[in-house]
Every structure is written in C-alpha cells, then in structure tokens.
Design a protein around this ligand. Structure first.
Ligand code: NAD
Ligand code: USQ
Length: 386
C-alpha cells in the first residue's frame, strides 16, 4: 500500500513510518515539524537525542534499503495537503498530525485556540482533500480514549445500543472530554462521522489510550533512528514521566488521590494497530471506532510499579501525592471495551518487569539530559500556567 503518515516526525508517527516501511509499504511522511518548535517554546528537550528528519530518513535507507518520501507541510494549509495528496496518491492516510498535549491546550486562551484550530481545521482540510483527490483512500485517524471521560457505566467502542422510551438505536457513545485538547478529538470525530455519511469516505477512528515506551524493533537498529521520549510536565505522559522522575531523584508525581484510571498501550502495539487498521479497511461510507489500548491502570498503581522496578536497579524512588493541577475525577468506575483490534489479530505486549526495567534504563543512559526544572506541574486547569 501507499501510506501517508501525517505527523510522521512525532513520537507515534516516526516508529509507525519505520514499521510500515519495514513491512513493505511505500511510505510518505507529511509533517510541519511544529512539535520541535513547541519544545523550543517550552524550553524543554526530549530525553533521547532525536535527529533531524532528513538524517533519520537517510539512516533508515542505509540500514533497510528502503526510501521514505518526505513532504514538509502544515495541515491547516489546504494547499499544502492538496499538493501532497495529488502527488503521493495514498491508499491510506494515517493522521497523527495534531497538538496532543492536554496541559498545552490549558496554558491560556491562545494555546486553547491554537490547539482547536490546528486539530479541527487540519482534519477538516484532510477530509475535503480525500473527498476531492483520493475518494477511495482510507483515513486512519488517531483519536483518544479521553473522548469518553470517566462515565459510571462501561465504555463501548464508539457506539452504544440505547433503549429510550420503548425505542432502540445504536448511537455515538456519550463524550465527556477532560481538556480543550481532548475536546478537539470529539470535534474531529463528529466531522469525520458526518463526512463518511455524506461523501462515502471510509474512516477508522482509533481511540488510543496513553502510550508508553519509546523503542520498537526498527528504531533500535541504529542510534540515529531513536524515538522521542517526553518527560516534561506539558508533553510527558504518566508512565514515561515516572521512569525519568525515579532516575532524577524527584518523588513520583501522582496527581491528587491517584485513582485516575486510564487505558494504556505499549508503543510497539501502537504501530501494529495501525497496520491492522490499514490491512482491514472499512467499506466506503463506513465510520468505525476501535478502542486502542491493551490494559487499564490507575496512576497510583503505575507509580508503585515504577518504584519497585527502580528498586531492583538499586534506585530508591518515592511516590508522592501532589495537588492535582487538573480538574478530573480522582476515584471512579472505569471499564472500557477493547476487543475489536484483538479480534483482528493484535497480540498485546503487556506491561511487565522487563519493559519497566528497560524504560528506567533508558532514563539512566540519558540521565545527563534530564532537566529537573521542567518536571513539576505548572499548568493548572483552573488558572492556566502559574
Ligand atoms: P507528537 O506531538 O509527538 O507528534 C505529532 C506530530 O504531528 C509532530 O511531529 C508535529 O510536528 C506534527 N504536527 C502537528 N500539527 C501539525 C500540522 N498542523 N501539520 C503538520 N504536522 C503537524 O504526538 P504523538 O504522541 O506522536 O501523538 C500522535 C497522535 O496520536 C496525536 O493525534 C495524539 O492525539 C494521538 N495520541 C497520542 C497518545 C500518546 O500518549 N502520545 C495517546 C493517544 C492518542
Ligand atoms: N498524571 C499524574 N501524574 C503525572 C502525569 C499525569 O498523575 O505526572 C495523571 C493525569 O492527571 C491523568 C493521567 O495521569 O489523570 C493521564 O495523564 P497523561 O498526561 O499521562 O495523559 P493525558 O493527558 O490523558 O494525555 C495523553 C496524551 C494524549 C492522549 C491521551 C490518551 O498526551 O495525546 O490523547 O494520553 S487518554 O488518556 O486515554 O485520553
């Protein structure tokens, strides 16, 4: 297949592009590199020493013999994506190209507006581009488990059968997102669902949980192929952050009571899920939703797991409950369905000791790059950046 990876320079996009290239697909990467600019804006750097995209691509060609085409461009500029769809003519577009940090979207009005514009308008441009240029192309869109929030009922995969006043229907599962970022994913979902209905576009919305890990079989082949590993308060996610905090000697930052339960997924499963979605396209006009996570954890238990993994490596880490910068339920029911990708062949990598060891070891190897000043939370939901 010819697969265009939007956001292919990012944390999920780069290993996805390599994995799909390795599996014999023809890959193009479309990216504006704005993610690297946000690091400059925030004064942070990823734990790992990521290289410029042209170096990454050249090294991949050297180690695999495979070419990846690069299309610099901004998805919020229709002329940029129009040109690439016309030239590359993808069979599938994997859309990762959004601002994905909840705290970034809560910094202030400007960052909230930027996030909503970047994500919603970018996806809308893509939908028009697919309709007009590659109508049979399969849109594989990254959504988030956070679209559902934490309802007091089981979470289904996108839709729920409801009986109301004696009548039944299959309706979109209710959405209760927890940040202006998470809200953009709900807006995208509505726009994509509508476009499928009226234009017969085929789309898969992957509601992904929090991703952890950094290494895949392909990124391991050379240090130049190394992936991002964010640990700062804005872009770092729970498990990855805890591993770095253990090594930095900072008490692990459990927000509030720590009963917040989320779906989690290993980055090696992220790339496989994308392949599964591409290999099994929906029918024209079909809008389908898969919940893309493999296990549920609450953040307190996750921090404890990291603490014991660090202990085995001779590191004494402390787990601390910090005042929660977010407004979210800290103790709640959570039970989300995730069978559709498994039914299509996903064999999950579950979080085990060896993976935790390897993550703590990556943090140890890069200890000199850890900046302790960017770890504690400063962005609050109530007041923005303090
Ligand atoms: P990332 O920030 O590392 O990568 C996103 C990439 O998209 C970056 O390279 C960035 O430069 C690019 N980009 C952003 N806006 C763009 C635009 N307008 N035009 C062109 N390129 C643009 O993020 P990630 O962690 O790889 O996440 C990828 C996707 O997966 C996002 O949509 C995110 O919401 C979703 N997701 C991520 C996680 C996670 O834990 N990382 C979990 C669930 C869902
Ligand atoms: N949390 C802590 N301590 C920390 C960091 C986070 O307790 O140091 C808590 C948060 O309060 C939250 C949970 O851990 O309850 C998850 O936070 P996170 O920062 O790991 O993840 P989140 O903000 O939800 O966002 C990440 C990605 C986003 C993706 C989402 C999937 O950045 O792109 O959409 O995970 S999901 O969580 O399923 O919505």
């Amino acid at each position: 297949m010819r697969i265009l990876v939007l956001g292919g320079d990012g944390y999920c996009g780069w290993p996805t592009a390599l994995y799909l290239s390795d599996r014999g697909h023809e890959i193009g990467i479309f990216d504006s590199f704005i993610r690297r600019t946000w690091d400059h804006e925030l004064g942070v750097q990823t734990l790992t020493d990521i290289r410029p995209l042209h170096q990454r691509i050249a090294k991949w060609k050297e180690v695999s013999g495979k070419e990846i085409a690069v299309f610099p461009g901004d998805l919020t500029r229709y002329d940029h994506i129009e040109r690439v769809l016309e030239e590359f003519r993808p069979d599938a577009v994997v859309h990762y190209a959004e601002q994905r940090s909840a705290p970034y979207s809560m910094i202030d009005r400007e960052h909230a507006v930027f996030t909503q514009y970047n994500n919603v308008i970018g996806t809308l441009n893509l939908l028009f581009g697919i309709r007009d240029i590659v109508p049979d192309c399969h849109l594989v869109k990254l959504g988030t488990m956070g679209e559902y929030g934490t309802p007091n009922i089981d979470i289904e995969e996108g839709f729920i059968e409801i009986e109301h006043k004696g009548r039944r229907d299959r309706l979109p599962f209710p959405k209760q997102p927890g940040s202006f970022y998470h809200l953009t994913k709900v807006h995208d979902t509505n726009n994509i669902f509508f476009a499928c209905k009226i234009w017969k576009i085929r789309a898969t919305d992957l509601n992904q949980g929090v991703v952890y890990g950094t290494v895949t079989e392909q990124t391991m082949r050379d240090p130049v192929l190394v992936n991002r590993f964010d640990y700062d308060e804005v872009f770092g996610t729970a498990l990855n952050r805890f591993c770095v905090q253990a090594v930095a000697g900072i008490p692990l930052t459990v927000y509030g009571k720590g009963g917040q339960t989320r779906g989690f997924i290993d980055i090696r499963d992220t790339v496989r899920c994308i392949e599964i979605a591409c290999d099994n396209p929906p029918a024209p006009g079909e809008f389908r939703v898969f919940n893309q996570f493999t296990e549920q954890f609450n953040v307190k238990d996750l921090a404890e797991k990291v603490r014991s993994a660090a202990k085995k490596l001779g590191i004494e880490a402390e787990v601390k409950h910090y005042e929660n910068p977010r407004i979210e339920a800290e103790e709640h029911y959570y039970n989300a369905a995730n069978t559709k990708l498994i039914d299509l062949g996903l064999e999950p990598h579950y979080l085990d000791e060896s993976l935790l060891d390897s993550l703590v070891n990556i943090a140890l190897e890069n200890k000199n790059r850890i900046d302790p000043n960017v770890i504690l939370p400063r962005v609050t939901w109530a007041r923005g950046r303090t």
